[in-house]
Design a protein around this ligand. Structure first.
Ligand SMILES: [Zn+2]
Length: 364
């Protein structure tokens, strides 16, 4: 069997083992540690890395890992499942998105890899700070061991579970077939999970948001390892039915990878719309004026172009304009943002609409 050693955790065939990665020395003493679980099967096979909680207030993935990665899994699985239930334990303690030692979004700090440009280097480039350093240490293990990767997130309090197909970047015409192959592997994994899925934002916005430096975005686009992110509904809270459905979906992906036997289990615990054409994410609709928002739709609902998505009023409840915010697209409501106060041009929700762009794109 493959020898796997991650921090202090060492794989043992047929067993679940534990350990930690030394993440960051703290100025007040002690060291922040990243927990690692390894369930190694008794027969040779791929290594699947499952990570969660890079955003400290996104909790579902921790529970899914606790349910999935057990001594029984080590008896059953072909190959090895490596799980990191929290990529951000200080954020978890504070129920905060970012670590307490770094206010930046940790899911935009994974190594830039082949996207790094020589011309952007300066005297600081050699000294990654705080979470970027932690990310680099964790990423080294993904590079060393991962054949597949799944990163578990939660979007918003009122959101439907959905998987995201990253945009995949190619360097030149010769590289295009590699990008296409990776895209088809990613699609296979995402479809196996069985939740609603959408392509990510268009390539330009994907890069602007630094999604190529998200955990799965970096694994996919820099290491070229099949990987994806799934958003498992509400943050800050655990819904047992979403944990149960997500456990089925995650086991489905292990089946897709040939690591577990049996047919895919259908997720019945939450809605899993199956659109006929590929969707992509969009922050939409936006409000033309500032005001107080109340939604007229539910997460997961299919909507039609021109449909009213929310009411908009002033603070004493009088309609602003004709009192409605409508959508310009046919599609699905993915996340209804929590804030009821919105300023002009703010997006009030995220939708999945028809994707008219290619899933692969030239390197910017
Ligand atoms: Zn997240």
């Amino acid at each position: 069997m493959k020898t796997i050693k991650i921090g202090t955790a060492k794989a043992k065939p047929g067993h679940l083992t534990y350990g930690f990665i030394k993440a960051l020395q703290l100025p007040t003493g002690f060291t922040d540690q990243i927990p690692v679980m390894i369930a190694q099967g008794k027969t040779e096979g791929p290594t699947f890395v499952i990570t969660a909680n890079v955003h400290g207030n996104e909790l579902t993935g921790i529970a899914v890992i606790h349910e999935l990665v057990t001594q029984e899994l080590a008896q059953e699985v072909t190959g090895t499942v490596v799980a990191i239930p929290s990529l951000n334990p200080t954020g978890l303690r504070a129920y905060a998105r970012s670590p307490d030692y770094d206010p930046k979004d940790p899911n935009r700090l994974y190594p830039e890899g082949r996207f790094a440009k020589k011309k952007d280097e300066d005297e600081d480039t050699k000294f990654p700070e705080r979470y970027e350093l932690v990310a680099k240490r964790i990423f080294a293990y993904l590079k060393k061991y991962a054949d597949f990767h799944l990163d578990l997130h939660n979007h918003a309090l009122r959101s439907i579970p959905y998987s995201i197909l990253d945009r995949i970047f190619y360097t030149d015409e010769k590289d295009k077939p590699n990008a296409l192959k990776l895209a088809s592997q990613q699609k296979g994994m995402v479809e196996a999970f069985g939740a609603l899925y959408t392509a990510d934002f268009p390539a330009k916005k994907y890069m602007k948001l630094k999604y190529h430096r998200s955990v799965s975005g970096a694994t996919l686009n820099t290491l070229r390892i099949p990987a994806f992110t799934i958003e498992l509904g509400a943050n800050n809270v655990l819904y047992p039915e979403i944990v149960r459905g997500s456990l089925k979906g995650t086991r489905n992906v292990l089946k897709w990878a040939g690591m577990l036997e049996g047919p895919y289990a259908k997720i019945t615990e939450f809605p899993t719309p199956q659109p006929t054409k590929r969707l992509r994410r969009i922050e939409h609709p936006r409000t033309k004026r500032s005001g107080i928002i109340r939604f007229l739709v539910e997460p997961g609902e299919q909507v039609k172009k021109g449909q009213s998505i929310a009411r908009i009023t002033d603070l004493v409840g009088r309609p602003l304009g004709d009192g409605f915010i409508r959508t310009d697209h046919d599609g699905y409501m993915i996340a209804l943002y929590s804030e009821i106060t919105k300023y002009e041009n703010d997006a009030i929700a995220e939708m999945g609409i028809l994707d008219t762009e290619d899933i692969i794109a030239p390197m910017p």
